[in-house]
Design a protein around this ligand. Structure first.
Ligand SMILES: [Zn+2]
Length: 185
């Protein structure tokens, strides 16, 4: 009678019942639901739209900066934000600072995360399983599954030691997802 399953949203970290109200179902052919809640999806859609505006109104610019700040906070908490929400903070750093209420600790750690010397951090020996996801043929695989299941398993297993490699695997899966989405349109 009552659907008991709970899904923890990959983006906001909230645990919500797996209902149509909270999570979309996968499209035909695959059981289950998306792992990002509808609330986050609507924020993402709005953000994507705001990014397309070359001359946003003041209200739109503020809204965009707020969402950017939100994405940054979620990232700090180790959650997954959409790819288009990454790496676009430079033009709005001032606003982000303001929004974060001069919370220097947070701003500091944001800067640190951003400035991590990637090459130094990268380990010389990478586990075979991890390495294989950087090179293997992805064709025929389901991008959703790569991003939600394969990647999450890898992250749980390797995050402590192989953060930078994991980021590369994630980027590769995102690229593949983009390819698939663009190819099917
Ligand atoms: Zn969410």
């Amino acid at each position: 009678m009552v659907e008991q399953t709970i899904i923890v949203c990959k983006q906001c970290g909230e645990a919500k019942p797996a209902t149509d109200e909270n999570y979309r179902r996968y499209y035909a052919g695959r059981k289950g639901r998306y792992k990002v809640c509808k609330t986050c999806e609507s924020i993402n859609a709005r953000y994507r739209y705001l990014l397309t505006k070359s001359t946003p109104t003041e209200a739109e610019a503020t809204e965009k900066d707020k969402i950017t700040a939100l994405y940054n906070l979620l990232k700090l908490r180790g959650l997954r934000v959409p790819r288009f929400g990454e790496g676009r903070t430079t033009d709005s750093t001032e606003t982000v600072d303001k929004l974060l209420g001069k919370n220097e600790a947070i701003v500091d750690s944001m800067a640190r995360v951003k400035d991590l010397p990637v090459t130094k951090e990268e380990p010389t020996e990478v586990p075979e399983e991890l390495q294989s996801w950087l090179t293997c043929d992805l064709s025929g695989k389901d991008p959703e599954q790569l991003l939600n299941e394969v990647y999450d398993d890898l992250r749980d297993k390797y995050v402590a030691e192989y953060k930078t490699i994991l980021e590369k695997v994630l980027t590769r899966f995102y690229d593949y997802e983009d390819e698939q989405l663009n190819g099917s349109e």
